[in-house]
Design a binder for this molecule. Sequence first.
Ligand code: SF4
Length: 262
Amino acid sequence: MSSSDTGIEWTDKTWNPTTGCNKVSPGCRYCYAEALTERFPQNFPKGFQLTLHPERLQQPKRWRTPSRIFVNSMSDLFHEDIPFAYLQEIFSIMQETPWHIYQILTKRSERLVELAQRLEWSENIWMGVSVENQRYTSRIDALRQVPASVRFLSCEPLLGSLHLDLTDIDWVIVGGESGYNHRPIKSEWIDEILQQTREAKVAFFFKQWGGKHSKAGGRLLDGRTWDEMPVAWEKHIIEWQKKFPRQHKLHELGQKYLVSVK
Ligand code: SF4
């Protein structure tokens, strides 16, 4: 499977300059990326083994519509087997395509901190960490040390109650697990996080309840959807449409999820 449009609600496209990973914490137990490699072996000849795909590095340059691009939906960009020089190449491509917003998400916050100061963080690179239960909130402290313009949390699959320090955090995504063996999310865990984001004035995105498949439980929380984005996304789109209306097709502004909190 190569980069493409995606059904992930908080992004527009995925870009996978690497695929494959190995498990580091309880959120990885039913990793959807691993499941995809098993389901489509013809697309992943090396299975879930970490694999570099240098032939994909230039792909974002061919996408002219300013988009939110989830980097490495099939891997973890800060995996220890990804050479630093290769990471630098990925960061260079992100800098050379400032009409896009890049959303990087990692569970490897230690390597993130180790390398962050040696990487160039242009305005269009957003950095996030996964936090599935309280034990992994130290990843947020690591994230705070990264000079990214937007810092975000993905609490998916949410596996327990979370008490979060949201200082310098711009966005929180929450979602329940999906798949045959999914571990059910509790509504009180979601409510607690929502409340904390209201107090801290942080954008909140409720992705899904989860269930046997990702759409099984729907996305409504108390009868409504929560599709807030950091204000940086709206600013980015307005700026690119004003400055370069000919070079870049209009992104569909006016989407109801463009709700800014900060
Ligand atoms: S870090 Fe992400 S991609 Fe890697 S095994 Fe865990 S859930 Fe899967």
